[in-house]
Design a protein around this ligand. Sequence first.
Ligand code: ADP
Ligand code: ASP
Ligand code: MG
Length: 457
Amino acid sequence: MIVMKFGGTSVQDAEAIARAAGIVKARLAQQPVVVVSALAKVTDQLLTMARAAGAGDRNTALALSRALRERHYNTAGELLGTGIFTQFHSELEDDFEALDELLRGIAAVGELTPRTTDYVAAFGEILSSKIVTAALSSHGVNVMLVDSRQCMVTDATHTRAVPAMEETQARLRAQVQPLVEAGQVVVMGGFVGATKAGVTTTIGRGGSDFSAAIVGAGLGAERIEIWSDVDGMMTTDPNLCPEARRIKVISFDEAAELAYFGAKVLHPATVLPAVQKNIPVYILNSRNPDCQGTRIAARAPHCRNVFKAIAAKKRITIIDVAAPRMLLAHGFLRAIFEAFDRHRVPVDVVSTSEVSVSLTVDSNESIPALAADLAKLADVKYEGRKAIVCLVGENLRETPGIAARVFGELSDVRIRMISQGASEINLTFVIEEDEVPQVIRRLHKVFFADLDPEVFA
Ligand code: ADP
Ligand code: ASP
Ligand code: MG
């Protein structure tokens, strides 16, 4: 069997869903399990209405929900025709009634907790999976919807819940495998799960890719296909740099680094379950299904070029912790990292000197409290609007002089931090956020001009 995951743009309207259904139909012989995202932008809209309700603005929340209801009804109506839609309508109606009731409740209390946020956010995938199931059925496919909350077991860290792999995979084998073996196409919503006690959770933004990989690993899929709106993983974000080229094949390690440092086309956790079971992952374009896409595999073939791709992650804050006391003081770094741990703030890039440490974190509201805590240990400064730029390639290991070439190209750019070595396959540095587009374009021009045709399209 195979897993086919369709992202938001691939199910954004009736036309896109019909196209996705056609792609699934063409692969019936491979026994697909289909994992879907919410319709494009729906998760953002759900979170906006949840926040409005949390601020006590019930009318705005309900108006946004009405617009969402209309969009889903129109999409389903267009896909199914009036006859089938009339039967299906009441099912969606129940979900929207539940959503409105929830919003009214949140507005009445005037407080939005992470737990209720998840209840609201989950509607996107709950609705899209129902519509995609109905669409496949109307195309004559023998299809069955499985509610992800029955299979995807997570902890209770709401809005970024951690899947419990063994329990989830056991449930997938018990509930989904028999359906697949009976010749049914199973559809599931990505992103959404539930705690063991049955409380709805979500596994973090962009998490449907991760859901697909967990399903693939649990069912021992031959391949995991991530269907998106680009021809594959590109040498850089095509929105930033139109010259970006498709990478035909890339290693799990390279793809994971790129995903983590901003290549949004793949959620960074996707690679893990696939690596564990050595299942190849393909990134494909639902608008251009004949394109070969990108294959992510355990080992990439030899490549003439040093780098495979450049990624950038914006909305980064640098935290500088400086203490003369650090001289010879063992335990200082531990105390710093313990503070990050207490505030549950993950660190990306670190550089140290004898008397100071600089760290980068995603900009968010917990930084002032963290900084106040760190100020008990040392002098602390923090500054937002930074970006991490990351160049990735397996050949970095063996190629001398690369840092000189990269930074030589950027001699007029203020580089705030540099890191190379941890994974041996990336060269990472931190710059001002507004410099990202020009830095990426300049590096792309130099390092992606003459590309190995075995690896790049
Ligand atoms: P989906 O809704 O299918 O999950 P996403 O919006 O999450 O799709 O990811 C696809 C987008 O990722 C592309 O439209 C592109 O703008 C962006 N992107 C960023 N970096 C890259 C890259 N290196 N290769 C391909 N796409 C990238
Ligand atoms: N719909 C969710 C999001 O927008 C999950 C996903 O699309 O992967 O974050
Ligand atoms: Mg995505």
